[in-house]
Write a protein that binds this ligand. Sequence first.
Ligand code: IPM
Ligand code: MG
Length: 357
Amino acid sequence: MQKYQIAVLKGDGIGPEIVEQAQRVLTAAAEKFGFFVDYVPALLGGCAIDETGTALPPETVTICKAADAVLLGAVGGPKWDTLPGNQRPETVGLLGIRRELELFANLRPAVIFEPLRHASPLRPEVIGDSLEILVVRELTGGIYFGDRGQKLINGTEAAYDTELYTVPEIERIARIGFEMAQKRKKRLCSVDKANILETSRLWRQTVKRIAEEYPDVELSHMYVDNCAMQMVRHPGQFDVIVTSNMFGDILSDEAAMISGSIGMLASASLGAKKPGLYEPVHGSAPDIAGKGIANPLATILSVAMMLKYSLNQPQAADAIEQAVNEALTQARTPDLAEEGLAIVNCEEMGALVCSFL
Ligand code: IPM
Ligand code: MG
């Protein structure tokens, strides 16, 4: 029987609760589709600081590199918010593991599940028949990883962050954008701020050149401010969006909300080699941590992406997505409460999804 090793980084806040439900669904899918999963836990983020003194212990990197895929909850929380930037769970832990595993491509599909049509803040006529936007976010470059610091300018405190992109970095993420578009509606929108930023002008020029390799894909360019507006004005115009690290961070939260709740958006982070990392787009939600009411569906849907992109079990992936759809017709976690539907907690939602598998 095929056997996979999954590194499990539960992280902080609601991380442990949601990951537990995602593991439960993955184990159920494995039983049903005849494969085996082995979980290897490791520390990342604030919990890792508390136990080992650093948000990214070397052992965690070793465990992740040896795995077939990595499942991650969320990191960070108020307890570690006052640490200097170069010790924070987000910078050292999350950005650290993305860099160590060279996960340059982050796929964030914003989908409206049919039962959630009314949960979207957009009017039905704006949404149209269906909505499926894939945000392809560059994940290991740009302003997130550029030179930054603090200094005194004429005796005044100042701080700076810089954005740098090399041509190969833009080329490889552009190719992912085109390849994703080829498998979908063949429309790629490259988002930048080329009217201002030097990095964006290089970005646009490079994406245009790579487009010659993909004549079947229709390429357009859009400034990021306009894109933010178009996304809520006429979201149906988008198929695949490819963009830089920071613009992708911002636009993917916007795209997530269109689908009803940020608690629904899954993500896959991929590199040129194994393993991929799968995590919800939302954060550690310290305000509801430990209450058991978090929505585990984004993490469960991240497991579906893992089955598709890392474990080559597309049928199991489809089955999980289908089960999530069914579960949403019966019950909701509080973030998606709707009249006439039962309100369930995190664990009950996990159980419900398993029951439909
Ligand atoms: C995300 C998150 C992270 C990011 C934070 C927690 C550092 O917002 O994955 O979108 O900005 O990449
Ligand atoms: Mg974000």
